[in-house]
Structure formats: structure tokens, C-alpha cells
Design a binder for this molecule. Structure first.
Ligand SMILES: NC(=O)c1ccc[n+]([C@@H]2O[C@H](COP(=O)([O-])OP(=O)(O)OC[C@H]3O[C@@H](n4cnc5c(N)ncnc54)[C@H](OP(=O)(O)O)[C@@H]3O)[C@@H](O)[C@H]2O)c1
Length: 245
């Protein structure tokens, strides 16, 4: 990898994303770290960083196309892409405990943020990925998106939207193996991480199992460094262990 490589973080104002962006900015291998966010300005931890290019984006298809145009030829030098977008709760809405709690509007919001937004970004970037370019793209998934691992039940919408993300990514991996064979896709489970997303659900987490965003960002970036393009999607946890589909 040369210093001409660039990195991109999407959903960049979140807890894990900010830590990922900070570590990428501290890594001299990347000449620019592009950060896409619904927020108009970077969080304090990133503000003023050299080599940071903050790109506000509402997340509509039109806005994604406009930001993609600003990225321009940088897409051909992308070495790392981390897609962090995701929601678990919002105001009164949160994970369902029973069938009676299923709400179509909330399920659509979950699918929009957790499954569709990441894929709109993959769609926007795919065209610019060169055939010889080595690029590792990780999307933040979750272990609860595993069908085989689902013994506890509950969390219908979040589980299903992450399972859908995994299927969409696997489908893209098959296509990219032909179109951009140097691209590696990873669906990443960070473990329970201390961010606003997990805040309401942290009380039952065993001691030592609530990770800091910094720890998780380091694990993810190390896993991405070690990854090699093989035409498949890897579904990995923070420890680099494969999760069953
Ligand atoms: N924290 C955990 O324990 C945990 C566990 C398993 C998986 N994950 C996954 O890790 C990812 C990052 O989560 P986090 O813990 O860092 O949470 P977070 O701090 O709440 O960040 C989530 C990010 O998602 C974006 N986002 C929020 N609402 C959105 C919406 N309606 N549409 C599109 N994007 C939206 C935001 O990006 P912008 O506002 O910057 O655009 C936000 O920065 C998520 O995909 C989450 O599902 C987290």
C-alpha cells in the first residue's frame, strides 16, 4: 500500500465510526480520510484533523449521488471503506420482545438504516473500484443477524435487518468477484460496544465484555489489514472468529 491510498467512513459521527476514523487519521498510509455523515460538522474527537475530509450527506439516493460525485477519482484509490450506519432504537421505538410489538413503520426504518443505506453506498462506490485495486470494505453487521445463532428470539426488526444486510453483502461479493476482484467484503460484529446504540442494553453485559469504541476500531482495522480478496463475504466478530450464517 502507498501513501496515495484513501479511506472512507460512512455514518461517521457514531461511536464506533469516530474511533475508526481517528485511527485511520493517525495512520500515515492514508493520504485522506473521507467521512460521510448526516451531521454537518465532525465530532470533537475529529475536529480540525489534518487529512480529514468531512462530507455531510442526508442519506437520500440523490444526496448519496452528489457526495459520490465529490469523491470523484478518490474512489479509484480507496483501500479501506467502513460502513457504520445502523440503528437499534430511536425515541419510543426499540427492539421488539413479542410479535404483538411488530410495527411496520419502525421495521421499515430499521431496514432503511441497517440494510438499504449500506447497500446504496456499495452501489455508489462499485462503479469506481478498479479491477486491479485492493480494497477492503467492512459493513457493521451484528451477531444477532445470524439465523443459526438465534436461540434467544426477540429483536425481530434489528435481527432481520442485519440478516438482510448479510445476504445483500454476500450477493454483492459474488458480483464484485467478477467486476472488482481485488475487493474484499466483511460483515463485522463489534461485540457489545459502549456507544449510544447499546446504552439502554448494557446492564446485562458480563464484566469485561463491554468494549470501548477504540478497542473495537483497532480490532476491525487489524482484521481488514489481514484480509485478502477471495470473492467471498466474511462474517467475522471482533476476535476475527467466523460467525455462522
Ligand atoms: N454498539 C454495539 O454494541 C453494536 C453491536 C453490534 C453491532 N453494532 C453496529 O455497529 C454500527 C455502529 O453503531 P454504534 O454502536 O457506533 O452506534 P451509534 O453511535 O449510534 O452510531 C450509529 C451511526 O449510524 C448512523 N445512523 C443513525 N441513524 C441512522 C439512520 N436513521 N439512517 C442512517 N444512518 C443512521 C449515524 O451516522 P451519521 O449520523 O454520522 O450519519 C451514526 O453515527 C451499527 O451498524 C450497529 O448496528 C453495534
Amino acid at each position: 500500500m502507498t501513501t496515495e491510498n484513501v479511506a472512507l467512513v460512512i455514518g461517521a459521527s457514531g461511536g464506533i465510526a469516530t474511533a475508526v476514523a481517528r485511527q485511520l487519521l493517525d495512520d500515515a498510509r492514508y493520504s485522506t480520510v473521507f467521512c460521510v455523515s448526516r451531521a454537518t460538522t465532525p465530532p470533537a474527537a475529529l475536529a480540525g484533523a489534518l487529512r480529514l475530509n468531512w462530507l455531510p450527506c442526508s442519506g437520500t439516493a440523490a444526496d448519496i449521488a452528489a457526495v459520490r460525485a465529490q469523491l470523484d477519482d478518490a474512489v479509484g484509490r480507496l483501500a479501506r471503506v467502513v460502513i457504520c450506519s445502523g440503528i437499534l432504537h430511536d425515541g419510543d421505538q426499540g427492539p421488539e420482545k413479542s410479535l404483538e410489538q411488530l410495527d411496520p413503520a419502525w421495521m421499515q426504518e430499521l431496514f432503511n438504516a441497517n440494510s438499504i443505506t449500506p447497500m446504496l453506498w456499495l452501489q455508489a462506490l462499485a462503479k469506481g473500484l478498479g479491477r486491479k485495486q485492493d480494497c477492503v470494505i467492512a459493513a457493521l453487521s451484528a451477531r444477532v443477524g445470524s439465523i443459526g445463532d438465534n436461540r434467544l428470539g426477540g429483536w425481530y426488526g434489528y435481527r432481520a435487518s442485519k440478516a438482510a444486510l448479510n445476504m445483500l453483502l454476500q450477493t454483492a461479493a459474488v458480483e464484485l468477484a467478477r467486476r472488482a476482484p481485488g475487493t474484499k467484503l466483511i460483515a463485522f460484529h463489534p461485540g457489545t460496544t459502549d456507544t449510544p446504540l447499546s446504552k439502554p442494553f448494557q446492564s446485562g453485559v458480563p464484566e469485561g465484555k463491554l468494549f470501548s469504541p477504540d478497542f473495537v476500531a483497532g480490532r476491525l482495522l487489524a482484521i481488514m489489514d489481514a484480509a485478502r480478496a477471495d470473492g467471498t463475504l466474511s462474517y467475522l466478530d471482533w476476535d476475527g472468529q467466523t460467525i455462522t450464517w
